[in-house]
Ligand binder design. Structure first.
Ligand SMILES: [Zn+2]
Length: 264
């Protein structure tokens, strides 16, 4: 299977040449954090790694694209209280993403794309993408897989499985069931109640943040149950997420290439 797009398979010599040839580098962001009582703490990394791998496999067949290793520890401070979580503080995570970007810039790359699979990373990812583009004469982009695939997931009625993407609920359980079914602990799906007491506060106009101490993670560390989790539907959703992500990568890299031609 073609995996010639993997950054970490290459030698220094090849990567230096690819940098000079204008290759874009995709950096996948994920997490190792509690996902309720039954889903593995690697849930976001299993999902994010698969999406990044398959979307880049598609997109790299038509453009110069490399996939860096998935950053499997993210900013998950709001999960620490539950245990089973490895996390950077927000300031460390922002600095770490900037350092990864700096490394790529020092290596000669001028197109950096962050692709995210964990909500807590999102604002810091966008900030790092902005910081890097302010500091260096480069192009950056950043997005999370659920934003890229929202329309497609709506059309597939993904919400029938649970909140999309939610946290450790029916949707994520379906994706893990499609990819690593043996990693799910609970044989009895009813064990995780369908609607735990909602504790996320959604108030104010779109774009606002309203939060309360201890209530940023969903009751008992998950947003919804997985009575309606479905491995087959999870696999179908993964396909459309991969397609949407690959299309976005193509659009973004084409845009960067056009700008480069115009602006040098
Ligand atoms: Zn998750």
């Amino acid at each position: 299977m073609n995996d010639g797009f993997l950054f970490h398979r290459k030698t220094r010599e090849v990567l230096n040449r690819h940098a000079a040839e204008g290759y874009a580098v995709v950096v996948p962001l994920a997490a190792t954090e509690q996902h309720g009582p039954y889903l593995p703490v690697f849930t976001d990394s299993i999902i994010g790694n698969h999406i990044a791998l398959e979307a880049c496999r598609k997109a790299s067949s038509t453009m110069k694209l490399l996939l860096a290793p998935t950053l499997t520890i993210g900013c998950s401070q709001h999960h620490l209280a539950f245990g089973g979580t490895l996390s950077f503080t927000s300031s460390t995570y922002l600095a770490m993403l900037n350092d990864i970007g700096e490394s790529l810039v020092r290596g000669g790359f001028r197109k950096i794309i962050f692709l995210n699979a964990h909500g807590g990373n999102e604002p810091l990812m966008h900030q790092a993408a902005q910081d890097l583009a302010v500091k260096h004469d480069i192009w950056t982009a950043s997005s999370s897989y659920w934003s890229l695939s929202r329309t497609a997931l709506n059309e597939q009625n993904a919400q029938d499985m649970g909140m999309v993407p939610g946290h450790a609920g029916g949707f994520e359980a379906s994706l893990v069931a499609a990819l690593e079914p043996d990693w799910i602990e609970a044989p009895d799906r009813a064990a995780q109640p369908l609607h735990p007491q909602r504790s996320w506060i959604n108030a104010g106009p779109a774009g606002s943040f309203v939060g309360k101490h201890g209530q940023l993670t969903g009751a008992d560390g998950y947003t919804d149950g997985y009575t309606h989790a479905d491995a087959v539907k999870g696999a179908e959703c993964l396909q459309s997420i991969i397609q949407s992500t690959a299309s976005w990568l193509e659009q973004v890299v084409n845009w960067m290439n056009e700008r480069m031609e115009v602006e040098g």
